[in-house]
Ligand binder design. Sequence first.
Ligand SMILES: CC(C)(COP(=O)(O)OP(=O)(O)OC[C@H]1O[C@@H](n2cnc3c(N)ncnc32)[C@H](O)[C@@H]1OP(=O)(O)O)[C@@H](O)C(=O)NCCC(=O)NCCS
Length: 282
Amino acid sequence: MLKIRNGRLEDCVDLLTVYMGTHWEKGLTTVEEVKDLHRGSNFFRWGWLVAEIDNRVVGEIIFRTERNPRTGKLGLIRDIGVDVRYQKQSVGKALTRAAEEILREKEVSRIIADSPPEAYNFWMKINYFSRGELVRIQCNPKDVPSRRSRIVKTCEVNDLQSMPRSMRFSNISHPGLLVDTASSIIDGKKKGSILRFTTDDECIGFGAIISNNGSGSEFIADVTPSGEDYADLIIAKTAKFASKWKSKNVASRIPKDQLSRFMEVTDWSLETDRQIPVTRLM
Ligand SMILES: CC(C)(COP(=O)(O)OP(=O)(O)OC[C@H]1O[C@@H](n2cnc3c(N)ncnc32)[C@H](O)[C@@H]1OP(=O)(O)O)[C@@H](O)C(=O)NCCC(=O)NCCS
């Protein structure tokens, strides 16, 4: 019989099999690696449910909430996976509906997930619809202009033990990416920097940038509603940080409807991202 319950670290023994079948591209081979995905300074804020059949964990869903000044509180599904031997038996749907119930109690206005093309029909079947596109932008850090401002102060924050509340939002960035990138830096999983931008001591935005072994850097920049007029400066200052690491390129994934803000900074090369954002209104 199918049972949906909260996930526990000991479930990672069974989840290794789930990951090997559904997320083979992650290359996980040990239980410890699976456990690592379920802990960290920010993970305790995530909801984590597993699906159990005959005392065996056969699937999981991971989700959380985020503030969004434009659409209100959002629910984010970061991942869902069902053991290949148990797929197409309504386990994925049961996990999603259970997560939705918890997110509904937290009064989210909508739920968002990023679907690979292969899982797109699953989301359509359970009443999600595609919304917008993600674009991957990239350029040489040399082509990002150096920007200065007397009004906007930039400070690199090195001493974070956990994610500050002020950073748990998405306004112009794709939901979830700022917190995910910053978490990987705070937890020491990636080498990178977190930048806080202020005017008159008011926080107007954040940037997070990681270095992928010198070959390239990935960044996410976001602004609060009062920082929107400075978006180009915050994007430029965050992306330019890649020059310090002598990265050959600097890239980001952004919502297509925000592209014009990024094009004000420099002439990025563009590519449609593989992930398809899907959403369900609550
Ligand atoms: C996507 C995934 C979680 C679906 O799990 P599942 O347990 O097979 O899904 P369900 O059985 O609950 O499917 C619900 C409906 O969607 C359909 N469906 C599921 N996967 C489908 C697919 N790939 N293509 C078309 N339809 C699909 C089912 O047939 C079912 O339809 P029905 O109601 O008419 O019977 C699973 O395929 C998986 O783990 N994939 C790999 C990881 C992944 O891509 N995760 C998504 C990250 S966002």
